[in-house]
Design a protein around this ligand. Sequence first.
Ligand code: ATP
Ligand code: MG
Ligand code: MG
Ligand code: MG
Length: 439
Amino acid sequence: MRLSRYFLPVLKENPAEAQIVSHRLMLRAGMIKQAAAGIYSWLPLGFKVLRKLENIVHEEQIRAGHIPIQMPILQSADLWRESGRYDDYGEEMLRMKDRHGRDMLYTPTAEELVTDIFRGHVNSYKDLPLTLYQIQWKFRDEIRPRFGVMRGREFYMKDGYNFDLTKEDALHAYNRHLVSYLRTYERMGLQAIPMRADSGPIGGDDTHEFLVLADTGESEVFYDSAVTDIRLGQRDIDYDDKAQCQAVMEEFTSLYARTDETHDEALFQQVPEERRRSARGIEVGQIFYFGTKYSEPMGATVQGPDGKQVPVHMGSHGIGVSRLIGAIIEASHDDKGIIWPEGVTPFHCGIVNLKQGDDEADAACDKIYKALTALGLEPLYDDRNERAGAKFATMDLIGLPWRITVGPRGLKNGVVELTSRRTGESEELSPEAAVTRIA
Ligand code: ATP
Ligand code: MG
Ligand code: MG
Ligand code: MG
């Protein structure tokens, strides 16, 4: 992409309404624009990152054997009356009437709708296990939307639902989700720690939240510092292997790590004192096992091996896709701007032409652009007639991992400058070597 033809409305000034760094940087980098309280338009750069995160989530869910679907944003209230949640959900649910006076709502989550799909089509235990998921906009009329996409009212969420014959199978689904979520966050360059949590309006007994440690997080957390040393890394996971998934779950959840809702001071005191930590965290996902809480009232049953009808065991699992962008920026930035992890960066490399209009510099930039593109990478070429300082500031703000700076003086010696956004280190290389280094 050439910057002269792109739409990147960066702001020079710090927007007054933004209280935390990720919100500030997303506005300044022209990623989002507020449309109403807690509701945002996604401008090209923000939209690109959102799509990248969405792709990672899809890839990891499909790898775990889960099946993508898409359910509507607007739902009829009828199903929610069946489960009893129409009244329970309270003011966070945005309710409306259609022209015929029927009660409708903007989906805050979709247990009822997916259970209705299931009961309409699945009759036998032979069709289990089944996990359906979607990535879809949700609406919750948060009392205090704030911090940009971190706590929006409209937000993008992956929500998955497992249907199993037995509790044991459903707990395997729980573990599968836990492992696939760990992989997902690690690919985004994030450490998200599973912590024992409270189930809230979803209901159920078993639940973990995934928290990214950050001072600006809204959750208070308590943990054994040894949990921060565990990584999934490149392990080969067989998602059908119950014992393996269970082992990973235990490895990640046996050390003390809880949110304030389930914090137990007596248990916490058993953690060696030098490893006891209390901190703030951002909730970027949650998994639940809730058994037959929805299947029973809604009649989602299957015929078991003995011919008897039994309600299925279920769980639901969510990832806050749009919130994750804020969490990534909170975890990865400096005073000049964002520093994207490689896995989610909107462009792989910036190209800065120090002397736009100079034949040699223009030609060298074009050549680098083509070489990067041929390797399947996406460069962002700043071909505007701007001062070098302004071009550098923009590149630093939008945080691409690499910058190649091209100018007549370097080209005389056959070199360009390659700069790492994360370390700030630069080296002079031939244009070909710079391209190879990035690839
Ligand atoms: P919170 O405690 O922050 O209100 P939640 O527990 O109500 O979140 P869940 O029902 O667990 O949210 O939804 C799954 C995920 O969706 C959350 O882990 C979070 O990452 C994301 N999420 C929830 N509410 C919002 C919101 N208002 N804005 C952005 N993301 C959200
Ligand atoms: Mg909430
Ligand atoms: Mg929560
Ligand atoms: Mg939650």
